[in-house]
Design a protein around this ligand. Sequence first.
Ligand code: WT7
Length: 648
Amino acid sequence: MNEALSNLGNENRSFPPSKEFAAQANAKPDIYEMADKDYLAFWGRQASNLYWHRKWDQVLDWQSPFAKWFVGGKLNASYNAVDRHVLEGRGDRVAFLFEGEPGDSRQITYSQLLIEVKKCANALAQLGIRSGDRVAIYMPMIPEAAIAMLACARVGAAHSVVFGGFSADSLLARIQDADASLVITADGGFRKGGALALKAIVDEALKGKTHVKNVLVVRRTGQEVAFSDRDIWWHDLVDKQSSDHEAQAFDSEHPLFILYTSGTTAKPKGISHTTGGYLTQASFTHRVVFDLKPEKDIYWCTADVGWITGHSYVVYGPLINGATQVIYEGTPDTPHKGRIFEIIEKYGVTILYTAPTLIRTWMKWGDEHPNRFNLKSLRLLGSVGEPINPEAWIWYRKVIGSDNCPIVDTWWQTETGAIMISPLPGITATKPGSAMRALPGISVKVVDNEAREVGNGGGGYLVIDRPWPSMLRGIWGEPERYKQTYWSRFDGLYFAGDGAKLDNDGALWLLGRVDDVMNVSGHRISTTEVESALVSHASIAEAAVVGAKDEITGQAIVAFVILRGGVAADKDLEQSLKSHVTKEIGAIARPRQIMVVSELPKTRSGKIMRRLLRDVAENRAVGDATTLADPNVMKLISEGLKSEKRED
Ligand code: WT7
């Protein structure tokens, strides 16, 4: 467990909901009781808010750990997200308020979105994409990213969105694992004031062996790109399609998407989600946790579609609920550090959902940036991705929320598909830093090593003890790994990988990962994946990677490396290793610091004791090292490092 977070849970200030907010809130206090009475009936009622071409026969079929939700039901995700609003008279409502990094903007109504999605679906069909196929999407944060996802869903092809910051190698591995036959990308996207290439990276990736037949390319930046017979411009193909396309109904358990996430091994896991249950929980949670009033609110979730948050709370949840939302292509400090606040003012954003790392970055940049803009339109603030420290929570509430917006700290994972633990605005009195309690219809527990529930005041492992509609249905192509990873630590319980504690009032505090997974700026990165990237460098014999506490990013990657015989540690080595990791995985995995050591601390069974390395990386006295195979190792490491200068 990340010791740096162990002071969480000692905060006892509580912020009760205001009467005004409570009076208008979507969720009413009896919702918990109603859900507890019969949780399957409760989820059935939530599912009824979707449009089903055929109603389900059974809410849940649970053959632990394999679930089927809304068995026998048939629906179409894109029909629910788009067609339905147009058919019910909401076509003129704006779906997307798009803001490009250079300052260009576009408004897209639900009617216009429907036309684009239908054209794109026809284009996919013309390219031979059929129900059951996989399509890789590698895009900047532009409306076409959502259109491409919805078009895949419309024709029953599973999308696999790969975050635009991933390297060619990472993209290739994901294309191969899912065996995608089409890649949808753009020439590039605008980031940090420049045009970041995407198509060139796809070309690089596709030098590997794949079954990709075509690459569909949106022109976004206008930068020079190489084009081969395989490549087709979006404007040449999609724009010319008919805007008639009838959405076909798919089984509730039809695959909707695959999204890769890092685990404790070097190989990312293709988390598989299906349709009916996923859409039910994504839309329900979006409605009650963010208190969405679709006619009035301007909603903004700052996540990229490359992450699960972008799937559930930019595309599926908000669109199903008919939200009007902002999407922004660029970085928060381009061209100035007030950019996000400027956009909030411009569109009158009422609901903001973002990550603690950005909140802490804003704190560091200074209050003058938010204070330059009018943020009074905001009425609710959300946080996701990692534990939010009480200081950041209070700052968020005061400086961004003018002290009168409820804050929802939402815990969930790529695997859970939708929010699992969060306060409900208007109902829950919140404590800064606590995600408070499981949502209605969801059951979580904190247990000890023997799966015994800890009482109030106790700490342990966070588990989920009942299936939930948006749960992952497996790891793509690896059914055994699914059981092994999530269901084997405690019999019959889903183990999330997080440590948690219950305070004396029973409020839940997330304490960070207890496995070899780091959380850098809310993004999950496996220590093993970075280690294997490092040892693929010609100079490195062995590597151990830890997540060390970092004021801004939550955790930062610190690597300990042993050089191969004959290699000398010159001053270029650290840079060369950092670039190597960037090339292998992507910039998000670039280590903050690399330390050359002569030994690594290992147990007798050969397992690296990362806890001890974390002590070194965080400048602490080294803890209990009695289980080390060689008790002198830590002394060697500490002494060796004292003579080195540290670089941050
Ligand atoms: C891991 C999941 C869910 C979307 C973003 C990340 C950590 C997430 C919180 C929170 C404390 C959190 C957990 C979890 N995490 N939200 N509110 N409080 N920790 O998705 O990449 O699948 O990572 O993020 O450690 O296991 P992800």
